[in-house]
Ligand binder design. Structure first.
Ligand code: ZN
Length: 308
């Protein structure tokens, strides 16, 4: 699934290869991917214009367009929003060459199944920009609203990150996945960054020290930059150890698995051991109940966090 690094690669591809080429035709016939637009509506809005800039926040891209007939002095056109969904890639074709950014699974294979083509821009020079998306969960729309998204994970400052992460008592992984707080962190990136920072995914955010949050911030940035450079979130160091019976690639301890923040989560049993929730007030004296069998601490904490 394309996460921030894959979407950033798609954005860079568009910025490098698809700007300032006149749009002469648009395939916007897929009414599901182009909802709520009717077939022909995006085409009517874009033909004659050029893409002039490519932006991204989290996993959402939007492209600026020029005035009609590409005239720089006229009123700019609408923004074209593109979301790659669960399996989308952008392919830009120029003469005999093609470049791609997005879902890594099919990387390097071309041509792809023509039925996967959900949207396309045709350029006056004969080239094309294609959204290829087998699962058809991508989205293309005019003037997308990105206001509900938090700051982008690559652009958020350390201070902003602390403010956004530390409030409340939710599990830290669930907080990382909350796109309204910080946008662009998906399941694999969250597991990788928490493993790099040696923090339990189920740790309630109010148990993290400032130093731990700073460590997580540094780990997230390093994880993002490495993933952009190497082709995607699937290239992270701990990703190959996200399976039954795997050992931590750093210390060799057993990897553990549970659901945290609604998503399948893996962590190192030694370096990322679950922790107790922070005590808000001194605990009231409790009657001893020696007959109740003890639940192992680790499982109890992970399960509690998984529900939050
Ligand atoms: Zn380990």
């Amino acid at each position: 699934m394309p996460e921030l690094p894959e979407v950033e690669r798609a954005r860079r591809l568009i910025a490098d290869e698809a700007l300032h080429r006149r749009i002469v035709d648009v395939n916007d016939n897929d009414t599901f991917v182009a909802r709520p637009h009717a077939p022909g509506q995006i085409k009517a809005a874009l033909v004659g214009r050029e893409l002039t800039a490519a932006h991204r926040r989290g996993k959402t891209m939007w492209l600026d367009t020029s005035g009609p007939d590409g005239l720089p002095e006229s009123e700019p056109g609408p923004e074209l929003g593109i979301h790659l969904g669960m399996s989308g890639s952008i392919i830009v074709i120029t003469g005999d060459e093609w470049g791609e950014g997005g879902e890594p699974h099919w990387q390097g294979t071309w041509p792809r199944n023509p039925r996967w083509e959900r949207f396309a821009l045709e350029f006056a020079d004969g080239g094309r920009l294609v959204l290829s998306d087998p699962r058809r969960l991508g989205r293309v729309r005019l003037n997308p609203d990105v206001g509900a998204l938090g700051p982008d994970a690559l652009e958020v400052s350390g201070e902003q990150f602390r403010d956004l992460i530390m409030k409340g008592r939710i599990a830290v992984k669930a907080r990382l996945l909350d796109q309204s707080k910080i946008s662009g962190v998906g399941n694999l990136l969250a597991d990788e960054a928490l493993w790099q920072a040696k923090l339990s995914p189920s740790a309630p955010v109010d148990t993290l020290t400032r130093a731990e949050v700073d460590r997580l911030y540094a780990a997230l940035r390093a994880t993002l930059e490495a993933a952009i450079a190497s082709g995607g979130a699937h290239t992270g160091d701990v990703i190959s150890a996200r399976h039954e019976g795997a050992r931590c690639p750093r210390c060799g301890a057993e990897m553990r698995h549970s659901v945290v923040g609604g998503r399948s989560t893996w962590w190192c049993s030694r370096e990322q051991a679950p922790r107790r929730p922070a005590r808000r007030r001194p605990a009231a004296p409790q009657a001893k109940t020696p007959k109740t069998p003890k639940t192992p601490k680790t499982r109890q904490t992970a399960k509690t966090a998984g529900r939050s």
